[in-house]
Design a protein around this ligand. Structure first.
Ligand SMILES: *Cc1c(COP(=O)(O)O)cnc(C)c1O
Length: 391
């Protein structure tokens, strides 16, 4: 086949070779190691002269299939599967950075990524500077002689601010820096950072990629050259994904586009409704015309994503009453599930930040984040509307 296949065909049809049992659906390879045919094959595989699975910490048919599919969907050359999103973030940085290096990161990174940069990396002499997504003009002046990597998330959590990936790709190229983008919120269906010049694309597969709240997993994708170093790091430090999780996630990718279409359709309807509710002070959703970066969202994202944030006029206290008044929607910190989820970031996921740090990343005390699920949107709107009404 010479013509490049389309997204859904790759997501569904890319498959390892069948076993002699001629199964249609890929089996789970629950094995810690693989048998060599002879001494020469064992030697050659260990010497990296021929490909092949040796031990499931290094590779396994299920993790290989999951990663090969993801590379097709993201447009990257190579990748590794990791036990969690954080294993992906940490491996992608720790494998490529050394004492004395500096990272330029967007201020609104995921909480645990913040802990890696703020608490763990300084212990080994890796420093960072945060830059604000709404002040792109300040980024270039924050690049130092020892800056090695730019690390960002877009859309940001939970403020849903965007970074112009094309601009950032050019900035990274100009200064010869590795651009690492956590693409968890968008998924490869909505946005492909590698097309804009990202060298590394990191994922928490726990969220929309699995989409059903069942597993913890992650992935690091990128250029052959960089993944070679990250694979070496992962092989010897062991953050590998279990074959069972890889099997589940590979199946999940088969329905990623249809799920994301519905997440986004429901999210846009909810956001549009919230804008008409007189008790709501502010709504943010990248595909609403009122989003300050609406044009950028349309340029670099296929649809607006599954998250919506809003604030009620009564601030923190009324926000808490809204959460307590929900009847169907789950109150839990996860996101990207078939089930709609609500959370109050200031008192939970972002409670470890200072007030100033929260303000700098757009988290006001009354902000509520909704991960819009796949239930009928009328029921999602009804639940939020009754909770707001009685708050
Ligand atoms: C959840 C999340 C992570 C961490 O992923 P885990 O699978 O929970 O380890 C990293 N980045 C973003 C943007 C996330 O939402």
């Amino acid at each position: 086949m010479s013509k490049k296949r389309k997204f859904d065909t790759d997501a569904i049809r890319h498959q390892q070779e069948r076993t002699p049992y001629r199964e249609h659906s890929v089996p789970v390879y629950m094995t810690s190691s693989f048998v060599f045919e002879d001494a020469e094959q064992a030697r050659a595989m260990f010497a990296d002269e021929i490909p092949g699975n040796i031990y499931s910490r290094y590779s396994n048919p299920n993790t290989n299939e999951f990663i090969e599919k993801l590379c097709l969907l993201e447009g990257t050359e190579d990748g590794i599967a990791t036990a969690s999103g954080m294993a992906a973030m940490y491996s992608s940085m720790a494998a490529l950075l050394k004492t004395g290096d500096h990272v330029l990161a967007c201020r609104s990174v995921f909480g645990s990524t913040h802990q890696i940069l703020n608490t763990l990396f300084p212990r080994v002499g890796i420093t960072h500077t945060y830059a604000d997504v709404n002040e792109p003009e300040t980024w270039e002046s924050k690049i130092q002689a020892n800056t090695k990597m730019i690390f960002v998330e877009t859309p940001s959590n939970p403020a849903l601010d965007l970074i112009d990936l094309e601009w950032l790709g050019n900035l990274a190229k100009k200064h010869n820096l590795i651009l690492n983008v956590d693409n968890c919120f968008a998924t490869p269906y909505l946005q492909n950072p590698a097309k804009f010049g990202a060298h590394i694309v990191t994922h928490s597969a726990t969220k929309f990629m699995d989409g059903q709240g069942r597993v913890i997993g992650g992935a690091v994708l990128g250029t052959k050259e960089l993944i070679k170093e990250i694979r070496f790091f992962a092989r010897h430090t062991g953050p590998s994904m279990s074959p069972f999780n890889a099997w589940l996630l590979s199946k999940s990718l088969e329905t990623l586009s249809v799920r994301m279409q519905r997440h986004c359709e429901n999210a846009l309807k909810l956001a549009t409704y919230l804008e008409t509710n007189p008790t709501v002070a502010k709504v943010k959703y990248p595909f609403l015309a009122s989003h300050p970066q609406h044009a950028l969202a349309k340029k670099q994202m296929r649809l607006g994503g599954g998250l919506v944030t809003f604030e009620v006029k009564g601030g923190l206290e009324q926000g808490r009453r809204v959460l307590n008044g929900l009847k169907m929607i789950s109150h839990t910190p996860n996101l990207g599930d078939t089930r709609t989820i609500a959370i109050h970031p200031a008192s939970t996921t972002h409670s470890k930040l200072t007030d100033e740090e929260r303000a700098a990343v757009g988290i006001t005390s009354g902000l509520i984040r909704i991960s819009v699920g796949l239930e009928d949107v009328e029921d999602i709107i009804e639940d939020i509307s009754q909770a707001i009404e009685k708050s």
